[in-house]
Design a protein around this ligand. Sequence first.
Ligand SMILES: [Mg+2]
Length: 256
Amino acid sequence: MRLAFDLDGTVADMQSALAREARRLFPGIDPAFLPRSTAPGTGPDAADSPPAEESRLSIGHLSSRQQRELWKTVCDQENWWETLAEIEPGSLARLYRLVQDRKWELMFVTSRPETRGETAQTQSYRWLAAQGYETPSVFVVHGSRGKIAAALALDILVDDRPENCLDVALDSTARAILVWRGEEAKIPASARQLGIGSVATIAECLDILESLDRHEAEEPGMLDRLKRLLGLKSPGPRTSNRGVASAASPAAPTTR
Ligand SMILES: [Mg+2]
């Protein structure tokens, strides 16, 4: 199985680190405006340039000027990407054990902007090495995750941004798994329509991948099985609500 995981918002807690910087930069700011590690639809790729519309506001509810200032401060710091914490402590270690035990091929994809110090790729590599990964594969890429998934011949891509998952569904034969830590009802309807399954945690995602792999030998048809595990066909016990809950929700926002 060839897998790719996104970094920020999926396994790496960029939002908390940004919130720390924002509190330092703007001491009087309302805490409700700060980035949250659970916020979907966020990422440095969206924040590189001023947002084109409200839905692209990517860092809490900071103004465009504040976002630019925040990113400038971050990018001026040496090896800032290495300072991030893991969102779910222990999940990367578990993923690594699974990759080793089951001989999966794993890569990480990210759209991180460069900061002072080492390249974003080297920082990401070293961050993963510090989590126990011996020879992590990291691709710093901008542009459609779907084309990337196709070029890398991925089976599965795990990402916290619905738009990236949509790209994968539209531009590749890979299956996207959306990591959505927010309210289930706010999952974009378009994700449902394209058959993108969601999980609330990496732990849940790994349970599904493990189950998928364990049963592959006795029940071929990995993608069908994955769809079922994600609740996209007949709801399974773990994902019974997630596959159907927002089918009737209105056009959903990509950020909160
Ligand atoms: Mg992300």
